[in-house]
Ligand binder design. Structure first.
Ligand code: SF4
Length: 467
């Protein structure tokens, strides 16, 4: 359920923020806070809410835990190696706690929503003061205040289907791009995925609330609004009324210079109507991230994806026919339990047919509590690694050939900042969501520019600014 905080809850939420701020003022000032979010954009967006709460309490933010008086790790459960990394990072905080007994350490997010993880944290990391689940954001001020003023700390993990509240303050990490969650949770139960267990069932926000937030962000000068959900294509199903195509159409209607993007789509819920809306829009990216996961119908069935390769290709062909400058990207899992080399070759075939601009590829990693975790997985990691390299080689070549088609053409690019690898260059994404690198003045950051493409690489293009 998604709802506004009730009058009483809102009063309590604000009361604890005020009490904490007053406590800081009377005890030498607010400590610096370090908030780190792991994983997907949804989690980053949750982290921005955690920061919003701390900011209202008077905290400034630092980039390293060593400099902080409050440390909050907002964890992700999607990949097992991410979990190992979190435990490593939490373990490293023990020394800081020994040096500063007043340090408050909180660990929240998807990963701790799993019972065995919360129990492990409690038993093996007693210096962690607060453990909180994915739906306790509105209680964070109280939990922090109680711990700061001498309380014992707490573990607060409500049901994954728990309430999500509108109106929590947000401190956005960027002045250019804003994340706007439109729904939470997932109903799909893909057999390898832990999300429905840790984020609960699908809950959509009201279209009016989203419309208001997006309109305000555009007025504030944000140039890209990214709509977030585990499966944005099924937006609205649980509340009736506007569906995702309808929502996009409404959000495309504002005046001003902005770009609308969204993450992530599920092929079984991606409709031709949605593709038509993208094709006819003024502001929506010409880019669809459409995770296929496998090119084998047998494996798709084991994954519980509920589409076939034929249906997927039908959708892709329709999208390409309606949006000629469309960029398609995907996710692929290599070495799913029971996958043989023949299945893998079908994935390669599919990649050659679709010709993705980019594929995010992962070797299957077992997630406790999912159906796939119980399946036989006889293929060795070494062999999966060989398949993966073959796949990367094929995709690298396709990506390069795809990007070469832009040489000589002019792209509209949202300039987002300096290029990390070549800081003398600026970088941004085109309306097709392609990374574009170019030389230009710093003052262009945050604006849309025209760039003529001169060079293609497998993951990006380079070009010259056109005045
Ligand atoms: S659609 Fe499948 S992979 Fe995506 S979040 Fe839902 S269950 Fe996980």
């Amino acid at each position: 359920m998604i709802r506004e905080l009730s009058g009483e809850e809102n009063a309590l939420f604000n009361e604890y923020i005020d009490k904490t701020r007053a406590y800081f003022q009377s005890s030498g000032g607010a400590p610096k806070a370090y908030v780190h979010s792991y994983g997907c954009q949804q989690n980053v967006s949750d982290g921005e809410k955690i920061q919003g709460i701390l900011q209202q309490m008077g905290c400034d933010f630092v980039n390293s835990p060593e400099d902080a008086g409050i440390i909050i790790l907002n964890t992700c459960a999607v990949r097992e190696n991410a979990e190992d990394k979190v435990f490593g990072n939490v373990g490293a905080l023990k020394k800081l706690k020994e040096q500063n007994r007043g340090l408050v350490i909180a660990v929240g997010g998807c990963m701790v929503q799993q019972k065995h993880i919360a129990e492990k944290l409690k038993a093996s990391y007693p210096f962690v003061d607060i453990v909180f689940g994915t739906h306790t954001m509105h209680e964070l001020p109280r939990m922090l205040y109680e711990k700061l003023t001498g309380g014992k700390g707490c573990v607060n993990i409500p049901d994954a289907d728990g309430m999500i509240c509108e109106g929590i303050p947000t401190r956005r990490n960027s002045d250019i791009k804003a994340y706007v969650p439109i729904m939470y949770g997932c109903d799909n139960f893909c057999s390898y995925c832990v999300v429905p267990y840790v984020r609960g069932r699908e809950r959509s926000r009201k279209a009016e609330a989203i419309e208001k937030e997006v309109s305000e962000l555009i007025t504030q000068g944000y140039k890209e609004i990214m709509l977030l959900g585990q499966n944005v294509n099924s937006y609205g199903k649980n509340i009736g009324g506007t569906d995702f195509a309808g929502l996009l159409k409404r959000l495309d209607g504002f005046e001003g210079e902005y770009k609308l993007s969204f993450m992530t789509s599920h092929p079984k819920d991606c409709t031709k109507e949605l593709i038509d809306v993208i094709a006819d829009s003024r502001h929506i990216e010409r880019h669809i991230h459409l995770p296929v996961q496998s090119g084998s119908d047998r494996i798709l069935k084991l994954m519980n994806r509920r589409y076939t390769v034929e249906k997927y290709l039908e959708l892709v062909n329709y999208a390409k026919s309606r949006i000629p400058d469309l960029s398609l990207t995907t996710d692929i899992i290599v070495g799913f339990p029971g996958e043989g080399y023949e299945d893998f070759c079908q994935t390669l075939e599919l990649m050659k047919k679709v010709r993705y601009d980019m594929a995010y590829t992962f070797i299957y990693s077992k997630r406790e509590g999912t159906r796939a975790a119980e399946m036989d997985d006889p293929v060795s990691d070494k062999e999966k690694g060989i398949w993966m390299r073959e796949l990367l080689e094929v995709q690298g070549q396709i990506g390069l050939e795809n990007y070469q088609r832009y040489i000589g053409s002019t792209l509209t690019v949202l300039c987002e900042g300096h290029d990390k690898n070549k800081p003398e260059y600026l970088t941004g994404h085109s309306r097709q969501s392609i990374i574009v690198r170019f030389a230009g003045e710093e003052s262009l950051i945050g604006s849309f520019v025209k760039v003529k493409v001169t060079k293609a690489m497998p993951w990006a293009v380079e070009g010259e600014l056109i005045n």
